[in-house]
Design a protein around this ligand. Structure first.
Ligand SMILES: Cc1cc2nc3c(=O)[nH]c(=O)nc-3n(C[C@H](O)[C@H](O)[C@H](O)COP(=O)(O)O)c2cc1C
Length: 152
């Protein structure tokens, strides 16, 4: 059994969350392999995108160009590579859902890009967390993933 966590992180918050989430899952399920797929690194080192053959969960922080999230401010910046990976060879068919992250100061734009991806690719927003996420977020989202992979 293999759990894949596919993410992009620009300033390290999502990366920190995904690392801690992987530790949470590994500790509870030592027999399960947790794979972390870092899209920013793949692009940085010119590694080609590939077809996912097993189910995965995506993690996406929100970076939008200004605005208020109502009548403007819904243009994604900086995170588009995750969308490209999900679109690559219909990888979205294996995506169990997306976890959005952001900062509540952005009000209507809070975690908006994850909602846009859910709409665009036809998978659910599983949950959201703020900045690096708290231990409660790790536990709640970890349990959601355990359920999705049939581990409970
Ligand atoms: C330029 C910029 C724009 C942002 N826009 C939003 C936004 O529209 N909505 C939101 O919820 N968070 C927004 N954020 C907050 C980030 O999503 C948040 O800091 C997140 O934890 C960053 O994740 P990362 O460190 O993994 O890149 C923005 C941050 C920056 C720097």
């Amino acid at each position: 059994m293999n759990i894949s966590l596919v993410y992009i992180s620009l300033s390290g918050n999502t990366e920190s969350f995904v690392k801690r989430l992987a530790t949470y899952l590994e500790t509870k399920h030592p027999d399960v392999e947790i794979e972390r797929v870092n899209i920013k690194e793949m692009v940085k080192y010119d590694q080609p995108f590939y077809h996912m053959t097993t189910p995965f969960v995506a993690f996406l922080p929100t970076y939008l160009e200004g605005g208020n999230g109502l009548d403007n401010g819904d243009v994604e910046i900086l995170t588009n590579d995750l969308g490209r990976f999900i679109a690559f060879e219909q990888n979205y068919e294996h995506c169990l859902g997306i976890v959005g992250s952001g900062n509540r100061n952005f009000n209507h734009q809070y975690c908006l890009t994850a909602k846009q991806y859910a709409e665009r690719f036809g998978f659910p927003v599983l949950d959201t967390f703020e900045l690096r996420g708290m231990q409660d977020d790790i536990k709640r989202i970890g349990q959601r993933i355990e359920t999705l992979y049939g581990l409970v």
